[in-house]
Design a binder for this molecule. Structure first.
Ligand SMILES: C[S@@+](CC[C@H](N)C(=O)[O-])C[C@H]1O[C@@H](n2cnc3c(N)ncnc32)[C@H](O)[C@@H]1O
Length: 246
């Protein structure tokens, strides 16, 4: 590292001047020291214990509660409810749903530590390992499958598995979301639910980026709306939830 850069204030080097007490202190520390502290803090976050203590989820409160409402509705009608999430990252959404439900069973599909950034995948963050996420969620009522989503969905189809509710939130290109949806269809009976994340153009920079890229989940969600095989039952923040009609 360049010695002059290392001793300059962090905020001056990065131009990340933010008016928040913690950030102000970081901004006036020498760059070298601030980056060592940041790395240490990041390592603390990438542990099973951290995941146990927090809901590390990409969803807003509104979005998590909207998914929970569907699960609880299904729980009131059925003996057992099967939920599948495609792309679970740290498992925070499943953690929230599990802790607020009684009989739902959860399956999570992700690449976990095998994820490698690529130009055709919108995911960019460092991932947690499958073992860390499983440790945080507990094994009771939870199954985690590691691998490419389309392979895991095909394997579930081979095993004749069906789900009452599938939440698709993996790679957010239109092409990949459509593939995940296509491979989810054989797992969804008439009357089951499917939801997508990142469907709302005006919400975040990420959503705008996905739309610019190739339409992203927003484009697919609108095709589903227009095709009329699914009924839109809820649309909140960046989530859209559909019920299969045909
Ligand atoms: C936006 S995060 C998921 C957030 C999570 N649903 C939540 O509620 O917090 C996207 C996840 O999809 C996973 N992913 C991306 N492409 C994938 C693929 N082709 N197969 C399986 N998982 C994938 C990434 O590893 C990442 O953990």
């Amino acid at each position: 590292m360049n010695i002059i850069k290392a001793i300059l204030p962090y905020g001056l080097v990065t131009h990340k001047w933010v008016l928040n007490p913690k950030k102000i202190i970081k901004n006036i520390l020498p760059y070298g020291i601030a980056t060592i502290i940041s790395k240490r803090n990041a390592n603390k976050i990438y542990t099973g214990d951290y995941l146990k203590s927090k809901y590390v989820s990409d969803l807003t409160e509104n979005e998590k509660w909207a998914l929970l409402a569907i699960l609880l509705f299904l729980e009131s009608k059925q003996e057992e409810v099967k939920y599948l999430e495609v792309g679970i990252y740290a498992g925070g959404t499943i953690k929230f749903l599990k802790e607020n439900s009684v009989k739902s069973k959860f399956t999570g599909v992700d690449l976990f530590e095998d994820f490698k950034p690529s130009t055709d995948n919108t995911h960019m963050w460092k991932n947690y390992t499958q073992a860390q996420v499983w440790e945080a969620l507990g094994k009771e009522r939870v199954t985690l499958l590691k691998g490419f989503s389309v392979d895991s969905l095909s394997a579930l189809k081979q095993e004749n598995k069906e789900f009452d509710f599938i939440f698709i939130d993996g790679n957010h290109t239109y092409k990949a979301t459509k593939e995940d949806f296509k491979h989810s269809l054989p797992l969804l009976k008439v009357g089951s639910y499917v939801a997508f994340h990142n469907c709302s153009p005006g919400m975040t920079q990420e959503d705008k980026y996905y739309i610019k890229l190739d339409g992203g989940p927003w484009k697919l969600a609108h095709e589903i709306l227009l095709e009329n095989n699914f009924q839109l039952v809820d649309s909140i923040d960046r989530v859209k939830i559909f019920r299969r009609k045909k």
